[in-house]
Design a protein around this ligand. Structure first.
Ligand code: TYD
Ligand code: MG
Length: 463
């Protein structure tokens, strides 16, 4: 890949961006395997003159001067509503002028759609520049036609050279610039191909500097692939102010927007959307969405009150235990960690008196949701036991609790929030870890369980 004689090449990690002088099987910085790729830096080696700045400051400062902290005006109140309430919620009340937001997600998850909705929403407050490197402007227009409102104040440009973009940016003076995607951009200052760590980092740094100088909000879209072929957004994390990730299962309509970093707000808030024919639609009551297709009375199902950010949401956990065919038993889970499932099966078997050895086990979280909290242990265990025993969990029951290796049910956080949400949707009885201290709403009842065996016994008698 070495281009010219004076070029120096380095090996950059596609996960964390750390650079090494030679190839290594494992990145010494982040510990990822086989993530180092060779890159020509394009940086002249020692002894060459420093380059001119790409963006000369518009008002040339006479002298750098430090100010006292008290003199500096807090501009935190300055936020631009994006017109997408769920997005505003995650951003902390809107997008901050001069800030850089990275919107990351797998291909096809809805990043361009969300970006276009943001563009349409901000449109009223001033110009928006949409840089499209992936789709043609015509394709973008077709996409926009599906949205409830076709934004008028959005200028579209299919340009991938950062130097050319800077020109347009200066001319248009937009309030928001959207780059779709950062992996398609390139700058003349770096020799390597678009999408490489060096290009992604350099382009982002150049654009971020312009955004800060112009007080323009900059949104960079970045693809994440499991293979890490393209430079992962971790390369940019330190460079941007906000990292948003759009998650979900492409075969389902449900999408979750999280902030993994936010210099202007909390990272606890999540945005909930469904992908509809007219773009991403905010979901005010996620529990209702997830429970809409639920069939009550069938064995192998248990309702789990989860908490995402500060929002409670009830999800249905389904399990199916079936006699295994020949060979080893199959264990398949969708939306629940495989390792965690293996642990629960072993605990149920050894401590819960539920004989699962040699049986096929399937676990599914309805609606394409991922359960990442350990509070999902108890409902998963109950769903498994319910399927094996062919006893259904009563229709007005939900369960939450972590299960330890000894079979003990451990306490979890924010039980009040979970019980209140359960009660709101008609689940009057909630199984909780023993010793949980809660202020109960009048219509709810808690059933304390200290051990997975107790929970299974309760199911046998209640079902
Ligand atoms: P897209 O925003 O292109 O994803 P990304 O930019 O993250 O790659 O959207 C992906 C999918 O969303 C695509 O398969 C089409 C679908 N979609 C809808 O269902 N409704 C819509 O209104 C739009 C615009 C897209
Ligand atoms: Mg896209």
């Amino acid at each position: 890949m070495q281009a010219m004689g004076r070029e120096r090449s380095v090996f950059a990690c596609t996960e964390c961006g750390a650079q090494q002088p030679r190839w290594l099987g494992r990145c010494p910085e982040c510990g990822s395997w086989s993530t180092l790729v060779e890159e020509a830096t394009g940086r002249p080696s020692l002894g060459s003159a420093p380059r001119r700045s790409l963006y000369p400051p518009s008002s040339s400062p006479v002298m750098a001067k430090a100010r006292s902290l008290r003199e500096i005006e807090a501009s935190s109140a300055l936020r631009l509503a994006t017109g997408v309430p769920e997005l505003d919620r995650v951003l902390g009340g809107g997008i901050v002028p001069g800030s850089v937001v990275l919107l990351a997600g797998e291909p096809g998850i809805g990043k361009s759609t969300l970006a276009l909705q943001l563009a349409a929403g901000v449109g009223g407050s001033g110009g928006v520049l949409y840089v499209t490197g992936e789709e043609s402007p015509e394709q973008l227009r077709l996409r926009a036609d599906r949205l409830p409102e076709v934004p008028k104040e959005v200028a579209v440009i299919a340009e991938t050279r950062v130097e050319a973009l800077a020109e347009v940016w200066r001319e248009q003076n937009p309030v928001v610039v959207l780059v779709d995607s950062i992996q398609t951009l390139s700058t003349d200052r770096v020799e390597s191909a678009p999408g490489s760590v060096a290009q992604v980092r350099e382009c982002a740094a150049l654009l971020a500097a312009t955004a800060k100088a112009d007080a323009t909000a900059l949104v960079l879209i970045g693809h994440v692939t499991k293979e890490g072929v393209l430079a992962g957004p971790r390369v940019l994390e330190h460079l941007v102010d906000v990292v948003l990730s759009l998650e979900g299962d492409r075969t389902h309509a449900f999408r979750l927007l999280r902030a993994t970093k936010n210099r202007f707000g909390s990272t606890r808030e999540v945005g909930v959307f469904t992908m509809t024919d007219a773009g991403l639609e905010g979901v005010a009551n996620p529990s209702e969405l997830f429970l809409s297709e639920r069939r009550t009375g069938a064995p192998g199902s248990c309702i789990a009150p989860m908490v995402e950010g500060s929002r409670p949401m009830l999800v249905e956990i389904q399990a199916l235990v079936a006699p295994a065919g020949y060979g080893t038993a199959r264990r398949t889970s969708l939306g629940f960690d495989d390792g965690r499932l293996a642990l629960l099966l072993a605990v149920l078997d050894r401590r819960g008196g539920v004989d699962l050895v040699g049986r096929d086990v399937y676990v599914n979280v309805a609606g394409g949701v991922r359960v990442t909290e350990t509070s999902g242990d108890l409902p998963v265990a109950l769903a498994l036991a319910s399927s094996l025993l062919d006893v259904s969990v009563p229709a007005d029951v939900a369960a939450c609790g972590e299960i330890g290796l000894g079979g003990e049910v451990r306490r979890i956080g924010r039980v009040d929030l979970r019980i209140r949400e359960a009660a709101r949707l008609g689940f009057r009885r909630v199984l909780v870890p023993a010793g949980t201290d809660v202020a109960l709403p009048a219509e709810a009842e808690v059933i304390e369980v200290d051990h997975v065996g107790t929970a299974v016994e309760w199911l046998r008698s209640a079902g």
